[in-house]
Design a protein around this ligand. Structure first.
Ligand SMILES: *Cc1c(COP(=O)(O)O)cnc(C)c1O
Length: 407
């Protein structure tokens, strides 16, 4: 049993929670869009900009050497967090979207016409559109694993799609629209059996549960720092070193070259091979600080806390006449998607907002999934470490109010 976390204590680290919205204390339930930032992250970044800022990897003076040391130490912290020993396997990106684009481009260069890529019907647009563009450019075939009415992947159908032509299987760990947690090990094992590489979109799961990439078995993993209590504009791509070093570069320019001649350029190995130009040094340092912060709380504890709150919310929302939950997978995380009969999700969101309850409404960048359910979108509440039972109470009360309004 994981020790219980104390949200009241955690809330004190998040200045943004201290404000009122429309005259009511802020009830922030939009954590799947971005988490709030603890003061330690903001302070660490301020400290860097106030006293330590210099460009990295360009040596020859004290400040630059120190900034390089801090930047590379951040890479180590970030590697350890997902069970990676060799920090050279961590590539800094702008976020999940850039991580997938990098892979779609560089892996794409190694694929041949007729090769196949398997995605799922529950992918975020950022793990879908880059592959569609690639498939068009290089005449590849895309398959989508179907999703059933509970919001679970059809694994039998998935296995039926695999063949020696399957080169890449890219899928979401925890659905940002439904909360479904996918069975990563089973998917990876089946993909590996036909020689396909696997990419895990961990944008949601990274802040929800402990992740060890070697235990999961995937070949690549991507996430965004801003959904892990870190700054905007920084993300992580992890890949196995031998795979990374076999891939052609994505962007090119400074910092990623080995030797440039006018007729031929050679490139550094990972991670620098994939980090062209001056990186977001403060972002990397801020993300490492956020990781220290959540690690001190404990990811097992976080998982129990967030699942407990979302189950409580599900239970109470289900009991409201006219409320329909979207996505009731057996294995699910901190996200609760729902609809009120006869009301557009964005109208419900507006009423909740008037009550100080911040949720997201709309298609959550998963339009094909919304089409599958035949709905325009959902109202989505997503829970984090600083949420408490009072937040569930307020969500449910505001939803009841909205329900009465639309009857
Ligand atoms: C948020 C999210 C993304 C995209 O992340 P960005 O930070 O916008 O690049 C991709 N996949 C999932 C599951 C997400 O929740």
């Amino acid at each position: 049993m994981a020790a219980r976390i104390n949200p009241e204590q955690i809330r004190r680290h998040f200045p943004e929670l201290e404000q009122r919205v429309h005259g009511k204390p802020l009830c922030y339930l939009d954590n799947a869009a971005t988490t709030l930032k603890p003061r330690v992250v903001i302070d660490r970044m301020s400290e860097f900009y106030l006293h330590e800022a210099a460009n990295v990897h360009r040596g020859s003076h004290f400040l630059s050497d120190r900034a390089t040391g801090i930047y590379e130490a951040a890479r180590h912290t970030i590697a350890q967090f997902i069970g990676v020993k060799d920090a050279d396997e961590i590539i800094f990106t702008r976020g999940t979207t850039e991580g997938v684009n990098l892979l779609a481009f560089s892996l794409g260069e190694t694929l041949q016409a007729g090769d196949e890529i398997v995605l799922t019907q529950m992918e975020h647009h950022s793990n879908l559109v880059p592959w569609q563009l690639l498939a068009e450019r290089r005449q590849l075939k895309l398959h989508y694993v179907p999703v059933n009415s509970h919001g679970e992947l059809d694994l039998a159908a998935f296995k039926g799609m695999l063949s020696p032509r399957t080169k890449v299987v890219s899928f979401v760990h925890c659905s940002n629209a439904l909360g479904t947690i996918n069975p990563v090990k089973e998917i990876v094992a089946a993909a590996r059996a036909v020689g396909a590489l696997t990419i895990l979109d961990a944008a949601q799961s990274i802040s929800l549960m402990p992740i060890d990439v070697h235990d999961l078995g995937c070949d690549f993993l991507v996430y965004s720092g801003h959904k892990l209590f870190g700054p905007f504009g920084i993300g992580v791509l992890w890949g196995k070193k031998d795979l990374l070093n076999r891939l052609p570069p994505y962007q090119s320019g400074g910092s990623m070259i080995d030797r440039v001649r006018l007729d031929k350029t050679t490139f550094l190995s990972a991670p620098h091979r994939f980090e062209a130009g001056t990186p977001h040094v403060a972002g990397s340092i801020g993300l490492a600080k956020a990781i220290e912060f959540v690690s001190a709380i404990g990811l097992n504890e976080i998982f129990s806390h967030e699942c407990e709150l979302s189950e409580l919310a599900r239970q109470q929302l289900r009991a409201i006449d006219g409320v329909r939950l979207i996505g009731e997978a057996k294995s699910r995380g901190n996200i609760v998607s729902f609809l009120i009969a006869g009301a557009h999700p964005s109208d419900v969101g507006q009423i909740l907002d008037q009550e100080g309850v911040a949720v997201r409404t709309g298609h959550h960048c998963t339009l094909p999934l919304m089409d599958l359910f035949g709905i325009p979108g959902t109202v989505r509440a997503s829970f984090s470490i600083y949420n408490n039972e009072e937040d569930v109470r307020r969500l449910v009360a505001a939803t009841r109010k909205a329900r009465e309004f639309f009857i």
